[in-house]
Each structure stands twice: as structure tokens, then as C-alpha cells.
Design a protein around this ligand. Structure first.
Ligand code: IMP
Length: 220
């Protein structure tokens, strides 16, 4: 392993839970993580890409360009096979505006009424994009497999956690400890890939400001 690469990254998210999780994963690799709330960023553009990676890239590039710092963003969702992969990239907006997490969970269960256990397979997916102010980026992915329960279980976590039975943990995310969930979750896995990459010479070169080729000077 190379020496940790001291670097300041901006996390393009206002979610304190995500900030904690990303700090926990990346600090041992020399990263100082700044929160979006530490910096005055202009409003984010709409997340209208067709996939997680595209939406993460929209957020990361916006934050990197506006701040002049390398910026990290994630996007994630849950894919239910019996619903043809829905809600997927629309997970946060499933059912439309005005619904909360509990409403979305109830709607998901309603859509799966009568679907037997063996057909309730699902997975969480996450993409992480690290963007530089000059427009370059790298992406990391993570997924975790499970199935949708018939009723919510537990109060841990957020979003669809109470109805997601993790095949890795053999337990619902809704009853798992934060530490256990982190060790197998889609976001945890994408962060592990990013953390491992940060210790490579490729990452050192990518994040080294002196390696950036300046744009050609204007001659007119
Ligand atoms: P975003 O990546 O923050 O936009 O989240 C997308 C949506 O996917 C969230 O609003 C949640 O509904 C769902 N989601 C993503 N990750 C998780 C998770 O770890 N547990 C439960 N729900 C999640």
C-alpha cells in the first residue's frame, strides 16, 4: 500500500448520515472531507440522468466546478425484480411528491401484494463519482442483494431498510446495526472500492494539482 494521499474532498450532499459514513470510510486514507454546508454552492441542477452514475456525476461536477475542489457525490436506489427493476433511479421519488419514507415503503408493499417470497428478489445499488474542477471524473459502484419482506421489520436505517432482507447479513437492514449494514451495503462497498483506489499511484496522479495540464492560452 502507498502512503495515504493527503487530500481535501468536498462531499456534494447535505445528508449528515452520509457525511459520517463517508468520513468513516475515507479518513484512514488521508482524506479530509468537507461538507456542502461548509461552502456556499449555487443550487444543484436537476438529477435527470437515466442511471445512478449519471446522477452522481451531475452532482459531483456541479460541486467541483463551483468550489474549485475535488468533489464526491453518490446516487443510489433499490431495484425490485418483480417490478421490472423499479423504483431504481426513481427510488427517492417513488409514488410522486409529498410521500415520506413510510409512505414509499407502504406503496412498495402494496405493489408486491400477492408476489410470493421466491419472486421478491431485490438489490440496492450505489454509484460514487469523484469529479475534478477540470471536468475529469472516476466512478465506483457497489450493490447488495436481498428480498422484499411482506411487512416492515425494525427501526434502524432509513428509506427502504425496514423491508429489505439482506442476504449477506441474513437479517433485515431495519434490524441490523449501522456497523453491520455498512460492511455489506451498496454504499459501503462502493466506498471500499474508492478507499482502495485512493492508495494507488493512479489516484495520487489524478488528485495531484500539479499534474493538471493548463488549458491553452488564448492568443487573440
Ligand atoms: P439518494 O442516493 O440519496 O438519492 O437516495 C435514493 C433513494 O434510494 C433514497 O431516498 C432511499 O429511498 C433509497 N435508498 C438508497 N440507499 C438506501 C439505503 O441504504 N437504505 C434504504 N434506502 C436507500
Amino acid at each position: 500500500m502507498n502512503e495515504p494521499n493527503p487530500v481535501r474532498l468536498l462531499l456534494a450532499s447535505g445528508n449528515p448520515g452520509k457525511l459520517r459514513e463517508v468520513r468513516h470510510a475515507l479518513e484512514p486514507h488521508g482524506v479530509t472531507l468537507l461538507a456542502s454546508s461548509d461552502i456556499d454552492l449555487p443550487p444543484f441542477p436537476p438529477e435527470d440522468a437515466p442511471d445512478y452514475r449519471g446522477n452522481a456525476a451531475i452532482k459531483a461536477h456541479h460541486a467541483a466546478k463551483a468550489s474549485g475542489l475535488p468533489a464526491l457525490a453518490d446516487d443510489s436506489g433499490i431495484e425490485v425484480d418483480a417490478l421490472g427493476g423499479a423504483p431504481g433511479v426513481h427510488s427517492a421519488r417513488f409514488g410522486g411528491p409529498g410521500l415520506d419514507d413510510a409512505d414509499r415503503v407502504a406503496l412498495l408493499l402494496e405493489r408486491l401484494t400477492g408476489v410470493p417470497e421466491e419472486e421478491r428478489s431485490a438489490r440496492f445499488r450505489a454509484s460514487l463519482v469523484l469529479a475534478l474542477p477540470d471536468g475529469r471524473n472516476v466512478a465506483f459502484e457497489g450493490a447488495c442483494e436481498g428480498r422484499i419482506l411482506h411487512a416492515p421489520a425494525g427501526t434502524q436505517g432509513f428509506g427502504y431498510d425496514p423491508v429489505f432482507f439482506s442476504l449477506d447479513l441474513n437479517e433485515p437492514f431495519g434490524t441490523a446495526s449501522l456497523e453491520a449494514k455498512r460492511s455489506v451495503s451498496h454504499r459501503g462497498r462502493a466506498l471500499e472500492h474508492l478507499a482502495a483506489w485512493l492508495d494507488t499511484p493512479t489516484a495520487h496522479a489524478f488528485l495531484d494539482p500539479s499534474q493538471v495540464t493548463p488549458p491553452p492560452e488564448k492568443t487573440d
